[in-house]
Design a protein around this ligand. Structure first.
Ligand code: SF4
Length: 478
């Protein structure tokens, strides 16, 4: 395995952020969506949407042979990480997974009967929670159930990935994951600093991750990804520099680097985090720039908002060719237009419909016991939604919007339809975050940390409460 030489990063490395940029962090830091969908999930509040989707799709989808992306949610974790905002169930009770698998199989049968088993599954992702909470026999059984009901692929173009927690996966399990068909591993690393790890209750030594990395390479998985988080308690330029040095030494193919969103009133485990130990908005921007600068100097290509990949990675090629997509799992190649989510809280995007399964296990189980689909709520996109989806995803994936292409595709005059939004961009243009030309809206290098803010200009729902009346709580954009 070829690894890049680690950069000499010391605590004395000057922060690569100009004072003017720090002023922008204060100016633009505000709550906003991450745009893994548009409209965003809090707006999937229509309880009649599932019925309409099931009624309209039964025949059409069975006949379809279009590729399909499959997401399977496995919600259990043995321990809580304080920063966590995922839909998970913390338990040491092994029976919980067995019961969940029982109901998951029921849902897989229903979903397969609806969408048919002819559609090639080009992408498969198991996320959580901790998918590797399942025992080896359970992992095997779940893949077998999926293979029985869907058209899984064995070719090299498939992207079958699973999130693994280094604390729960040994070499035997890794070998098993390879054997049952996964070719991509995504590993939650977050940060290597012991003080940061202790403060978020996720202690996993560097040696543990390094050993697992070596095993992933030895087993010849096609790709290894690390997830990192910045904005965690006690992170400093020095501590993150050291984490980056270790990450670069281990040379994962992909690095997703997420901004921590501190929302303790929404995620109770975050109350264990002392907010006074969190970096300020200015310091988060400094950390963002340090990460971006360091990874790019070490040969990684910056993808979209928060991903970094090796130049020959398929995501880099997809970005160059305009085939990058953003969805609930982050960035991926566009190998299918529809995503079917299976499991409690999983979200599907099928055609114009977004559909979310019941988030609470009891509700999820009860619906399946009654022989019903566990879809709880949804949303059908309008023409206006699809127009804005195109703009927001173009900006989030490609840092640009081709205005001619948009006008051709939607038969709309950008300048006429979005006069208000163009006016709202004026300040961002003055701050050199975006450039607007006749045929192009372009996010500049300076504007990259503010992608979410720029997308927000085109979000028609930002100020609108969801129809279920619940307040929407977004994380800070910076
Ligand atoms: S971060 Fe992952 S492993 Fe930790 S509690 Fe959340 S879902 Fe579980």
């Amino acid at each position: 395995m070829k690894t890049n030489p680690p950069e000499a990063i010391t605590p004395d490395t000057p922060p690569p952020v100009a004072d003017a940029a720090l002023g922008l962090a204060a100016k633009y830091a505000r709550p906003g969506p991450r745009y893994t969908s548009y409209p965003t999930a809090p707006h999937f509040a229509d309880e009649t949407a599932p019925k309409r989707y099931l009624r309209d799709s039964a025949v059409a989808r069975q006949l379809s042979t279009n590729p399909l992306s499959l997401y399977v949610h496995l919600p259990f974790c043995a321990d809580i990480c304080y920063y966590c905002a995922c839909n998970k169930v913390v338990t040491r009770n092994r029976d919980a997974a067995r019961e969940y698998l029982f109901y998951l199989e029921k849902e897989i049968e229903l979903q397969s009967a609806l969408v048919g088993n002819k559609r090639p599954i080009t992408q498969l992702h198991w996320g959580g929670g901790t998918p590797t909470f399942l025992e080896d026999a359970e992992l095997t059984r779940l893949m077998h159930i999926l293979a029985t009901h869907f058209r899984l692929l064995a070719d090299d173009h498939r992207e079958y990935s699973i999130e693994v927690d280094p604390r729960t996966v040994g070499n035997d399990t890794l070998a098993l994951l390879k054997g049952i068909g996964f070719n991509r591993i995504s590993m939650g690393v977050q940060d290597f600093d012991p003080r940061v790890q202790a403060s978020v209750n996720r202690v996993q030594q560097y040696d543990m991750v390094a050993e697992l990395t070596a095993n992933v390479r030895a087993l010849r998985f096609k790709s290894l990804g690390f997830d990192l988080i910045y904005g965690l308690p006690h992170q400093t330029m020095a501590s993150v520099s050291e984490t980056l040095r270790k990450v670069v030494t281990l040379a994962p193919d992909r690095i997703a680097c997420y901004s921590y969103a501190h929302l303790p009133h929404r995620f109770s485990s975050q109350r264990a985090i002392d907010r006074l130990t969190l970096p300020s908005a200015d310091n988060k921007l400094r950390l963002h720039e340090l990460i971006s600068d360091t990874l790019q100097r070490n040969g990684y290509v910056h993808i979209g908002m928060d991903h970094y990949v090796k130049p020959d990675d398929e995501l880099a090629l997809a970005q160059n060719e305009g085939r990058l997509q953003r969805n609930f799992q982050g960035y991926s190649r566009q190998l299918a237009f529809d995503t079917l989510g299976i499991g409690a809280s999983a979200i599907s995007h099928m055609g114009d419909d977004y559909l979310q399964n019941a988030t609470q296990l009891e509700e999820y189980y009860a619906r399946l016991r009654a022989g019903e689909f566990p879809i709880q709520r949804g949303y059908r996109m309008s023409w206006e939604d699809k127009l804005r989806y195109h703009i927001i995803m173009s900006l989030a994936c490609h840092m640009r919007l081709d205005i001619n292409e948009l006008e051709d595709q939607f038969a709309v005059r950008f300048g006429d339809h979005f006069g208000q939004q163009i006016a709202a961009l004026g300040e961002m243009i003055a701050d050199e975050l975006v450039e607007l030309r006749d045929d192009l809206l372009l996010i500049t290098g300076k504007g990259r940390p503010f992608i979410r803010n720029i997308c927000m200009v085109f979000d028609a729902y930002l100020e609108a409460p969801p129809t279920n009346g619940n307040a929407v709580i977004y994380s800070a954009t910076i």
